[in-house]
Design a protein around this ligand. Sequence first.
Ligand SMILES: [Zn+2]
Length: 140
Amino acid sequence: MDAEELPRAPHTVDDFLRAYEDGGPLRGFRCVRCGLVSATWGLACPRCGDTGRVEQELSPSGKVVSFTIQTVPGDEFLNDAPYAYVVVELDGGGRITGWMPAVRSVSDLEVGDRVRFHPSYKPGVQFVRDLPVDRPGSGG
Ligand SMILES: [Zn+2]
């Protein structure tokens, strides 16, 4: 196969990964064949393999589907440990990994908890707890 036959991404990996660091939204892709929304950059759909993918803005909110507590951090996070490394299922599709600085033990977070993207100068996608808005009649 010649290089000219390879599928082309709609933008560079750097553009995709860094947009949110400049205050932009989280970005992902929707498969034109099966409709899967993915937060992961790639040339083909991870579910059906089709190369027809269109860029899509992802929701900043979602729920935690898995997490672990990091006690041995990389250099950028030395002052933040312990913190949670989370996998978040975004509303409308896309699973993305990120971190939560305020979560210091497994008792501070539960699978299913609502979180939202909170831009940070630190690397990675930072999430914070998405607290419910008090509404009249919601009890509490
Ligand atoms: Zn697909």
